[in-house]
Design a protein around this ligand. Structure first.
Ligand code: GLY
Length: 341
């Protein structure tokens, strides 16, 4: 078992281990809940609910199933959870557990942030993507028809409990999605190599979470440094939305990283040789995804990270070295369009 302390405004541990053993004891050490709403989705429920419930026999459990996938990261799913919490008279002492991937974690976390103005919740990620990224750092929320994550809150969990055995059952699509975030870490941190994921998964997860925890501690509300965790995401989110969420998040992030390397090469004037070297970590993961450069550039305008006419872009200077550059939106669109055409 490994443990990382996240010293955010509300400090908490990230536990990384094989299996759910002792999770009940750990929960008792962080809250005094009697009732637990276990929010999960229709794919995860048959795989892990009973395994988790076996360890939580001292609590009254309320399983709550939402639809699986990004298209269910909605206000409807959020209200379904709120309704169940209110209907079962959950109090401020009670607890929500998010058992699932990034969507379940974001929606359940947001419901916990809003119900009774905030009750405790625990992240139990069952996908690689959620383990190395979304279950740590307190970003919660839902999508609106106008864009991804437009409604949400920074709300830290009381605990993140990563059972590394869960990733054994990932579908190919979920695996690629996690790989996208893994590749991202290998660009923004010198010490993380995505190949390590295939050698020692628990160690890889540990390194990613440890890296992210330090960034969250420094900039919890993403006013500066935390933006580097969005490397490849501005374009990636736009590609994802343009595909109607048919493409996985990770595939789109990889596409986004590819485009941002092109843009960085153009911005900093890299040689073609350097650009190709910087793209090497992508070679085993890049899919041939076709999209309209114009549509992507247009969609980026509705991204919430755009302040007035400016956009913060995370550019790559070298592997492990990124820079946040504020550009006029018109300049960004022009540059992006030029490199993606
Ligand atoms: N997924 C990026 C972040 O948590 O800041």
């Amino acid at each position: 078992m490994k443990k990382i302390r996240v010293n955010a405004s509300r400090p908490y541990d990230v536990v990384i281990q094989e299996g759910f053993e002792n999770i009940g004891k750990t929960i008792k050490s962080v809250c005094s809940a009697k009732k637990i709403a276990v929010v999960t989705d229709e794919n995860v429920f048959p795989l892990y609910y009973e395994k988790l419930a076996d360890e939580l026999r001292d609590f009254s459990l309320f399983p709550l199933i939402v639809g699986a996938g990004e298209k269910y990261k909605t206000t409807e799913s959020f209200l379904k959870i709120i309704d169940a919490l209110a209907g079962n008279k959950f109090s401020r002492e009670d607890l929500v557990i998010a058992l699932g991937g990034g969507v379940v974690g974001d929606v359940a976390g947001f419901a916990a942030a809003c119900y009774l103005r905030g009750i405790a919740y625990i992240q139990c990620p069952t996908t690689l993507l959620a383990a190395i990224d979304s279950s740590v750092g307190g970003k919660t929320g839902v999508n609106l028809s106008q864009g991804k994550n437009l409604l949400g809150a920074f709300y830290q969990p009381s605990l993140t409990f990563i059972n590394t055995l869960c990733e054994d059952t990932l579908s190919e699509r979920e695996r690629t999605s996690g790989l996208g975030e893994g590749v991202k870490y290998s660009y923004i941190s010198e010490n993380i190599k995505v190949e390590e994921l295939f050698q020692n998964r628990a160690e890889f997860i540990f390194k990613c979470v440890d890296f992210k925890a330090k960034i969250v501690e420094e900039d919890e509300k993403e006013s500066g440094k935390r933006k580097i965790l969005n490397f490849g995401h501005t374009v990636g989110h736009a590609v994802e939305a343009a595909s109607g969420y048919a493409l996985s998040h990770g595939e789109c992030v990889i596409k986004g990283i590819d485009a941002i390397i092109d843009l960085s090469a153009d911005f900093y004037g890299f040689s073609d040789e350097k650009k190709q070297r910087l793209k090497l970590p992508l070679k085993d993961f890049d899919r041939n995804i076709a999209f309209s450069a114009k549509e992507i550039a247009e969609r980026i305008c509705s991204d919430k990270k755009i302040r007035g006419g400016d956009i913060d872009v995370v550019l790559l200077k070298e592997i492990g070295q990124v820079e946040i550059v504020t550009m006029k939106l018109s300049e960004f669109k022009e540059r992006l369009y030029a490199v993606m055409r």
